[in-house]
Design a protein. Structure first.
Length: 295
């Protein structure tokens, strides 16, 4: 059984690879830089080096595969991330058709069901449509807000601020990417028929105020959720070197979703995963947020 895995060094993809290898599968991992893979993993996987924006590479990498784990890489440092997301989706769909891949598991996001207006999530919505049009057995996982997004907010968290462009009282599903990887690997190993959309909502819906309280307890300092304007976030992102198009796309991933939005897939036993924000914050965020002692 050949299972292709994209983004094998990402938060979700790396976990998928680990679980597959532990289950005795030798996955084919698609990666631009093999040096980013753990050295002790290399003998256990088949490495295909290339870029998902290269249609020839993707077509060759899918040959002979029974299943594909497809996660569109985040590339915020390019001029137009949405354009690249759609281009990669086109390459994936063409390769699925050409190779006759039986099953594709796609990582998407809560909010993709809106189809437009949600910034870079619109790219995932387009990927859903591209892969569905191939006729393969498609399982789409629409995931909540990743805990790991907080790692990009370390400077403000050290100052006691959890910044958001939405009302701090707004609730949404928060999820650990490792749990997404566990669920994805389990489904890849078990197989499925037909096409469906499922949710991965994490252990609970949290408001930004509730998240700030949890993070403050883990970090040992008060943290307050503070609403900022879209313009402030875009200015901060462009100041960090991102293009205006990329900055606008990132900002709209939260502010582009209406306050009264309800995910198409409701929370139930299947969509609820175990790792809490508190346990993740104590185990991962706390160490990362400690001030550097280097001079």
């Amino acid at each position: 059984m050949t299972i292709v895995v994209t983004t094998p060094t990402g938060n979700v993809g790396s976990r998928v690879v680990q679980v597959l290898v532990q289950a005795g599968v030798r996955p084919r991992v698609l990666v631009r830089d093999p040096d980013r893979l753990p050295p002790d993993l290399l003998p256990l996987v088949e490495v295909a080096q290339g870029d998902l924006l290269d249609p020839g590479f993707v077509a060759d990498a899918f040959k002979g595969a029974e299943s594909v784990f497809w996660a569109t890489p985040e590339a915020f440092d390019v001029p137009d991330p949405l354009y690249d997301m759609v281009a990669m989706g086109e390459n994936a769909a063409a390769a699925v058709r050409a190779s006759g891949v039986a099953r594709v598991l796609q990582i998407s996001s809560v909010g993709a069901e809106l189809r437009q207006g949600a910034g870079l999530i619109d790219g995932l919505a387009r990927n859903e449509e591209q892969l569905a049009a191939t006729g393969t057995d498609l399982l789409t996982l629409r995931c909540g807000y990743y805990f790991t997004n907080l790692l990009g907010m370390l400077d403000s968290l050290r100052e006691g601020v959890l910044a958001t462009t939405v009302a701090p009282s707004r609730r949404m599903p928060w999820v650990d990417p490792r749990d997404v990887g566990d669920l994805a690997a389990a489904r890849l190993l078990a197989g499925w028929t037909g096409s469906t959309v499922a949710a991965v909502h994490g252990p609970a819906d949290l408001s930004w105020d509730e998240a700030a309280e949890i993070l403050g307890a883990a970090l040992g300092r008060p943290v307050t959720a503070v609403q900022i304007a879209d313009e402030q976030l875009r200015d901060a992102l462009t100041g960090a070197g991102l293009s205006e198009v990329a900055a606008a796309g990132i900002a709209a991933m939260t502010s582009g979703i209406p306050d009264d939005f309800e995910p198409e897939q409701p929370r139930d036993f299947r969509s609820t995963t175990p790792t809490t924000l508190a346990s993740w914050a104590y185990g991962t965020l706390r160490g990362a947020a400690e001030p550097s002692t280097e001079e």
